[in-house]
Design a protein around this ligand. Structure first.
Ligand SMILES: NC(=O)c1ccc[n+]([C@@H]2O[C@H](COP(=O)([O-])OP(=O)(O)OC[C@H]3O[C@@H](n4cnc5c(N)ncnc54)[C@H](OP(=O)(O)O)[C@@H]3O)[C@@H](O)[C@H]2O)c1
Length: 310
């Protein structure tokens, strides 16, 4: 199995590189090596390569910046995935493209399933939704994996910011009226290979000597939600992370996380959905497994990344 990972320098891409380096033949591209804003560069690098699965974790992920850089957001988050989908289709490879819980507007207030209608409320979300559509319109057998509130060791995220602030300041606060589910990059990396399909399975009827696509290939296409089990606000997430630190003896100046409202975040430019929990029933029906609870994932992360540094 030959893999290509785009976004290898990012939070999720870095975790995939680490998880797969001893298991698969992989080639990773970070931003410097391959710029998704440059279609010629994409074509020049990827068209000559041989691979079975291409995983795209790269994106313009700064939600506020996307509001100001609409064209760039669409180029990287929509047009580039569309081109990746074509290149993969033409070489009978599978594209696994990552997307976001932010494609939903948050009005449902119950976990969103794959067939719920997206309604993006920011440029970032619009561009990511367009990327999903272009990928699946190009080849419906590609896979779009939506994830939420991603954390992991390869790039600091919300949880790292809150721990840092709590070590430096007596008072920390987090938004208490916005809900989703923290998801560990390691968990994503560990579950994903079951959706790679099998090497040698024909990508299109009639293109191979072998006649029927394997069942795992058929199942693993379209849109898939993956997130930890449970849901929380950013304040609950932050408080739990600090509680983990305290139970591990990591010294903190702040012990509790104060509640603020989403409406208090005056410096945020983009609108964010107040509720974007992803339902993972499809994942369960495909794999027979349930993602672990977000508290277990966060506790493991804090233990592995912070306890050892004390
Ligand atoms: N983080 C979250 O909470 C979250 C939630 C839901 C969905 N997602 C989705 O999950 C995926 C992975 O996110 P992540 O958390 O790993 O984000 P990340 O750490 O920001 O990684 C994104 C990577 O894309 C790279 N990139 C940006 N512009 C590029 C370009 N023009 N060409 C090539 N590479 C470029 C970035 O490189 P530079 O930094 O060097 O520019 C970065 O390494 C994304 O599709 C994101 O939309 C993330």
């Amino acid at each position: 199995m030959k893999l290509v990972i785009i976004g290898a320098g990012g939070r999720l891409g870095g975790a995939l590189m680490r998880e797969y380096r001893d298991k698969f033949e992989i080639l990773g591209f970070d931003h410097e090596q391959l710029d998704l804003a440059d279609t010629k560069e994409i074509d020049d690098w990827l068209t000559p390569l041989e691979f079975d699965v291409l995983i795209n974790t790269a994106a313009l992920t700064n939600v506020d910046l996307c509001e100001k850089e609409r064209e760039q957001a669409f180029r990287i988050n929509a047009e580039a995935p569309g081109l990746l989908a074509q290149i993969c289709r033409d070489k009978n490879a599978k594209l696994i493209h990552f997307s976001t819980d932010y494609v939903f507007d948050g009005e449902k207030r119950e976990p969103y399933a794959e067939d719920d209608s997206p309604n993006p409320i920011s440029v970032y979300a619009e561009s990511k939704r367009e990327g999903e559509k272009l990928v699946l319109q190009t080849d419906e057998r590609h896979l779009v994996v939506r994830v939420s509130w991603v954390f992991g060791p390869h790039r600091p995220s919300f949880v790292d910011g809150i721990i840092k602030r709590a070590r430096e300041m007596e008072c920390v606060e987090a938004v208490a009226d916005k809900f989703s589910t923290p998801t560990y990059t390691r968990d994503v990396a560990q579950m994903l290979p079951q959706f790679f399909g099998r090497v040698g399975a024909p990508r299109r009827p009639g293109t191979s000597q072998r006649d029927v696509p394997t069942i795992d290939f058929d199942l693993a296409s379209g849109i898939l939600h993956f997130a930890s089990a449970g849901e929380c606000s950013w304040q609950e997430y932050a408080q739990f992370a600090l509680d983990c630190c305290r139970s591990l003896g990591i010294p903190l100046k702040a012990k509790t996380v104060g509640a603020i409202k989403l409406a208090d975040m005056k410096n945020w430019v983009a609108r964010r959905p107040v509720y974007s929990v992803l339902c993972t029933e499809k994942f369960f029906s495909l794999t027979g497994t349930t993602p672990r609870n977000w508290r277990d994932a966060v506790a493991e992360y804090v233990r592995s990344c912070y306890a050892k540094n004390e």
